[in-house]
Write a protein that binds this ligand. Structure first.
Ligand code: XMP
Length: 536
C-alpha cells in the first residue's frame, strides 16, 4: 500500500474519528499507540503523521511523551514527513521543542470562532500549498471550531508561528516555518468543528500530498491480502456467525481471503427471532465460498435458561452454552480438516473496542455486553478482527461491496443473548412464541412503511405483567408488549424514535388482533441515558 497516514493515539476518545475523517478524504489511515517505537513508525513509510489529543497534561508524571525521532522522519525522497498535532498532540510537540504549555485558568470547552492570522513569513512555503494557508484552504473566517482542553500553549518553540486564533485562545493553530509541521488546539475530527473535515482533508491531500484515491474497495483488497498473509497457506479459521451485520460481513471478507478454510458456525440458540435461523443460512449457503455449519442447539440453550430471571445470568448462560457448542464444532472441524483451526475471526467494531477498554465506560459497569458472543482467550485461538477500526456504517458499505444481501447488511443490531433479554422474567417457550410474533409484525410494518432504515434499532419486549382487556364481549387478562425504537449513531447514546402516531396505532392494532395472548402494547419513550436501549 503506497499511501497511508499514521495516527498515534495519546488516549483521546476521538482518535477513531480522526482515522475516519482521513479515510473519508480518500486516504488510508491507521491508529497505533503513541508508544510504538519510532523505527516501527518509520518502517511503515507514512505519508503523514497525526498526533491525537489525550486526557492528560504534558507535565503529568504518567503523561505519554512524544518520541523526538518522530519529528525527524523522512519520506522516501528525503522530504520531511508532515505532522499534525491535535490538542494534546500539539502540546506534546511544543513541549518537546522547548515551548511552554500551561494550565489555562479554566478549561476551555465548547465552540469558538476561528480567525486566521497572517503569516509573517509567507515565502517559506512547504509541503505543497503556501505552507501557512494550506491547512485552512477553503475554511471560512469565523467558522466554528470545537475546543476541549485544560492546558494551552503560552510560548511557541523556535521557528513556530501562530496561524489561527479564537476569541479566547490566542494560539488556536501553529506551524513550523521550516517544515510541514502543524498543530491545532481545537478538534477538527468532531462534527462540531464546521470545517474540521476540510482541515484534515487539507492536511492529507495538500500538505502530505496524498492522492486521495483510497476507497472501501481498497480496504477489501488490503485486508484480504493481510488476512492471507496472517493465516498462511494451510491454516483454518473459525467464525461464529450470528446473522448480524458484523459477523456476516467478516465472513464474506474472510472467505474471499481463505475460501473453504473458513468454517462458520451458526447456532440456533433458541432465542433467535422469527425465521432467523433459516434466513441467515439462505443468505450464505451457496453464495459464498465457505463452510457453513448450522447447529440447532435450541433445546440445550432453553434448558440452560430454564428458570433464569436475572439479566446478567441470562447473558452468562447464553454465553457459556455458546462456548460449549462452539468448542464442539471446532473439534468436528479439526477432525474433518485434519488439524485444529488456529484462527478465530470476529466482527469486532471500533465502538466495541472502546467500550471494552474504557474501564469506566458505561457499558462496562452496567451490562457485560461484549463478553457475550465473544469467546474466552483460553480457547487458544489467534484472533482475526478486520473491522477493529471501523464503525458500523463503514462495515455496511464493505458488506454491500462484497455482495452480502441488503437484508443482512442493513439489519438492526441484535444482542448476542437474543430474545432472552427481551423477555422480562423467565424465558419460556410460549413467551418466546408471543414475542417472536409481535416483533415480526413491528419489523415488517417498519419495513413496509420505509421506516426501518430511519431507526438504529427497533424491537418488541415482552413484559412480565398481565393486564385486563376486552375482546368482543369477553374480558381478557393477557400479556403486554413494549415496542422500542431508537435513533443512534453507535448505540452508546440513543434517542427514542418519534415514529408517526398512526403507524404506532396500526402496529398496536395488528399485534393485539393477530397475536392471541397479548392484549396491550405500549411505546417506550425513554432515551439512553438514563435508560439503556435493551430493557435488560
Ligand atoms: P444497551 O441496552 O446497553 O445496548 O443500551 C447497546 C447496544 O448493545 C446491544 N446489546 C448487546 N449486544 N450482547 C450483545 O452482543 C449483549 O449482551 C448486549 N446487550 C445489549 C443492544 O442491542 C444495543 O445495540
Amino acid at each position: 500500500m503506497s499511501e497511508r497516514i499514521v495516527i498515534l493515539d495519546f488516549g483521546s476518545q476521538y482518535t477513531q474519528l480522526i482515522a475516519r475523517r482521513v479515510r473519508e478524504a480518500g486516504v488510508f489511515s491507521e491508529i497505533h499507540p503513541c508508544t510504538l517505537p519510532a523505527e516501527e513508525v518509520a518502517a511503515m513509510q507514512p505519508s503523514g503523521l497525526i498526533l491525537s489529543g489525550g486526557p492528560l497534561s504534558v507535565y503529568d508524571g504518567e503523561a505519554p511523551q512524544l518520541q523526538p525521532e518522530l519529528l525527524e522522519l523522512e519520506t522516501e525522497t528525503g522530504a520531511p514527513v508532515p505532522v499534525l498535532g491535535i490538542c494534546y498532540g500539539l502540546q506534546a510537540m511544543a513541549h518537546l521543542l522547548g515551548g511552554d504549555v500551561e494550565a489555562a485558568e479554566r478549561r476551555e470547552f465548547g465552540p469558538a470562532d476561528l480567525t486566521r492570522v497572517a503569516s509573517k513569513n509567507g515565502a517559506a512555503g512547504n509541503g505543497g500549498g503556501d505552507g501557512a494557508g494550506a491547512l485552512f484552504e477553503g475554511v471560512p473566517e469565523g467558522s466554528t471550531v470545537w475546543m476541549s482542553h485544560g492546558d494551552h500553549l503560552t510560548t511557541l518553540p523556535e521557528h513556530y508561528e501562530v496561524i489561527a486564533r479564537t476569541t479566547n485562545a490566542p494560539v488556536a493553530a501553529v506551524r513550523d516555518r521550516r517544515r510541514p509541521h502543524y498543530g491545532v488546539q481545537f478538534h477538527p475530527e468532531v462534527v462540531h468543528t464546521d470545517y474540521g473535515r476540510r482541515v484534515l482533508e487539507n492536511f492529507a491531500l495538500r500538505i502530505c500530498g496524498c492522492a486521495g484515491d483510497w476507497t472501501p474497495a481498497s480496504f477489501v483488497e488490503e485486508k484480504v491480502a493481510a488476512i492471507r498473509e496472517q493465516v498462511g497457506p494451510d491454516a483454518h479459521v473459525m467464525l461464529g456467525l450470528s446473522g448480524g451485520v458484523d459477523s456476516s460481513v467478516a465472513a464474506a471478507l474472510i472467505s474471499k481471503a481463505v475460501g473453504e478454510r473458513l468454517h462458520c458456525v451458526f447456532v440456533d440458540n433458541g432465542v433467535l427471532r422469527k425465521g432467523e435461523f433459516e434466513d441467515v443460512q439462505e443468505a450464505f449457503r451457496g453464495h459464498f465460498d465457505l463452510h457453513l455449519k448450522a447447529i440447532d442447539a435450541s433445546e440445550r440453550f432453553l434448558q440452560a435458561l430454564d428458570g433464569v430471571t436475572d439479566p446478567e445470568k441470562k447473558r452468562v448462560t447464553v454465553g457459556n452454552t455458546f462456548i460449549e457448542v462452539f468448542e464442539e464444532a471446532t473439534e468436528e472441524v479439526a477432525q474433518r480438516a485434519g488439524e485444529r483451526p488456529r484462527f478465530l475471526a470476529q466482527g469486532t467494531l471500533y465502538p466495541d473496542v472502546i467500550e471494552s477498554v474504557s474501564f469506566k465506560g458505561p457499558s462496562q459497569t452496567i451490562k457485560t455486553h461484549h463478553n457475550v458472543g465473544g469467546l474466552p482467550e483460553e480457547l487458544g485461538f489467534d484472533l482475526i478482527e478486520p473491522f477493529r477500526e471501523l464503525f458500523k456504517d463503514e462495515v455496511r458499505e464493505i458488506g454491500r461491496l462484497l455482495g452480502v444481501p441488503e437484508r443482512i447488511v442493513g439489519r438492526h443490531p441484535f444482542p448476542g443473548p437474543g430474545l432472552a433479554i427481551r423477555i422480562a422474567g423467565p424465558v419460556e417457550r410460549e413467551k418466546l412464541r408471543l414475542l417472536r410474533e409481535a416483533d415480526a409484525i413491528f419489523i415488517s410494518e417498519l419495513r413496509d412503511n420505509d421506516l426501518y432504515d430511519e431507526v438504529w434499532q427497533a424491537f418488541a419486549v415482552l413484559l412480565p405483567v398481565q393486564t385486563v382487556g376486552v375482546m368482543g364481549d369477553e374480558r381478557t387478562y393477557e400479556d403486554v408488549v413494549a415496542l422500542r425504537a431508537v435513533t443512534s449513531v453507535d448505540g452508546m447514546t440513543a434517542d427514542w424514535a418519534e415514529l408517526p402516531h398512526d403507524f404506532l396505532g396500526r402496529v398496536s392494532g395488528r399485534i393485539v388482533n393477530e397475536v392471541p395472548g397479548i392484549n396491550r402494547t405500549v411505546y417506550d419513550i425513554t432515551s439512553k441515558p438514563p435508560a439503556t436501549i435493551e430493557w435488560e
